[in-house]
Write a protein that binds this ligand. Structure first.
Ligand code: GLC
Length: 432
């Protein structure tokens, strides 16, 4: 049997991550109130004093993290990543270093702690997203991405700002997050946009990335770190965003551990009027496609300002959970099929190296025959995964010379005419 792909070794132990495959991203902040994208302050260049109305009116009276954790666990998700602070600068936890936090809104408390407890209670691992960017902090220098980039007094304002002080704040807050909530499994910094000719951005110098990195590894050596600190080394995962790679993600030709982050619609934060919601079919296919290329899927929910997952999100999560209930065996512990195993047309393969089972996910249901090239003599048994009903298979009989296109190494599965009533049918192949 050919080998499964070995990834480039990074500082953290990513074995749980590679096993679990499916996580929930949560983008929650003041931007849930304008409800038209988490970048709204930047898009509409809203001054602090105007944006302040969302701080004043933030009142998540229906917030019940137990319901969130249940929705994630029932969808089959195994970890979650919450925005402790997004680019707007608002902090969901009770940071000692700022007043711009949930504690000082009608919420009146640290919103992160009960969330962490609720998700841990459902056996989900804990991830913190933390924005390097901060469009509220008075020392954060105004660059070309900033909400105030076109302010007429930008130069004068910047003369009074000291990015070094912001770096202290950033590091101090990360220290809080990594010391006050127990073991953190994922740390997800976002993001760097280094300066280039004609563009003033921010990168490793502006975050003090090297020092920050050292502190992170000291405080939580096992934490899985993303790749957005603008450092060449030290990261554990690559994070393609709203993008499905064609194949296993590589760096300098070497396969790496990777995680696609995706939204249900086009926005990360709650967006009332956004209509481009993906269907349950698309989302299940997205998860399968990701695992078939050796990656993880971090799928995002943007809770409302009252603290709920809206019905559209719950509907998708339920649909995925319904599928996962009977098919998670083709996701957990699975990876890309070993080299040399080609997926049939409209199918994706995943493989569990421990059980030696190959999973064929059929995206477009064919008429009766499904040909698996190169597998003759290698399959012991085949069944539909959702109901464990046998799938008959045949290798081409030696006298079948009339059909020259049949390869002697091909196995042909005999499928029911009607597509099974599941989102994506899966054929489980027990290899010899
Ligand atoms: C980004 C965006 C953002 C989102 C994130 C998730 O870079 O700035 O709003 O939080 O990606 O990947």
């Amino acid at each position: 049997m050919s080998e499964t792909v070995q990834t480039f070794k990074t500082p953290a132990d990513t074995s749980w991550f590679n096993h679990d495959r499916f996580g929930m991203f949560i983008h929650w902040g003041l931007y849930a109130l304008p409800a038209r994208h988490e970048w709204i302050k930047q898009f509409e260049q809203i001054p602090d004093e105007v944006y302040d109305r969302y701080f004043k009116h933030f009142d998540p009276d229906l917030y019940d993290p137990q319901l969130w954790a249940d929705a994630a666990a029932n969808a089959g998700m195994k970890y979650f990543v919450i925005t402790t602070k997004h680019h707007e600068g608002f902090c969901l936890w009770d940071s000692k270093l700022t007043d711009y936090k949930a504690t000082n809104t009608a919420a009146g408390r640290d919103l992160i702690r009960p969330m962490v407890e609720a998700f841990r209670g459902r056996d989900l691992r804990v991830g913190f997203y933390h924005s390097l960017i901060d469009w509220h902090h008075p020392q954060f220098t105004i660059d070309d991405l900033h909400a105030m980039r076109n302010h007429p007094d930008r130069k004068k304002l910047n003369a009074k700002r000291d990015q070094k002080k912001y770096i202290e704040y950033l590091h101090g807050q990360v220290r809080e997050l990594l010391t006050e909530y127990g073991k953190i499994d994922v740390l997800w910094f976002d993001f760097s946009y280094p300066s280039r000719p004609g563009y003033i951005g921010k990168g490793r110098q502006d975050w003090g990335s090297e020092k920050l990195y050292k502190m992170v590894r000291e405080l939580q050596p096992q934490v899985i770190l993303d790749d957005r600190l603008d450092l060449a080394d030290g990261w554990d995962i690559k994070t393609p965003e709203q993008f499905q790679p064609r194949e296993w993600v590589t760096v300098d030709g070497q396969p790496v551990v990777w995680e696609a982050c995706q939204t249900f619609s086009g926005s990360w934060g709650y967006h009332r009027d956004e209509e481009s919601w993906k269907s349950i079919d698309q989302l299940v296919q997205m998860l399968v496609d990701t695992v078939s290329k050796g990656g993880n899927l971090l799928l995002n929910v943007g809770p409302t300002g009252r603290g709920e997952f809206d019905e559209r999100a719950l509907d998708r999560l339920r649909g995925m959970g319904e599928w996962m209930k009977r098919h998670s065996r083709s996701i957990y512990g699975c990876t890309a099929a070993p080299k040399g195993f080609a997926a049939p047309t409209d199918c994706r393969l995943t493989y569990n190296p421990d059980t030696k089972r190959l999973y064929c996910h059929v995206f477009a249901w064919p008429f009766i025959q499904l040909h698996l090239d190169g597998l003759a003599g290698k399959i012991e048994y085949a069944q539909l995964l959702h109901d464990a009903s046998e799938v008959k298979m045949a290798e081409p009989p030696p006298h079948q010379t009339a059909i020259e296109s049949i390869d002697r190494k091909t196995v042909t599965l005999h499928l029911p005419v009607k597509k099974p009533n599941v989102t994506v049918p899966v054929i489980e192949l027990f290899l010899k």
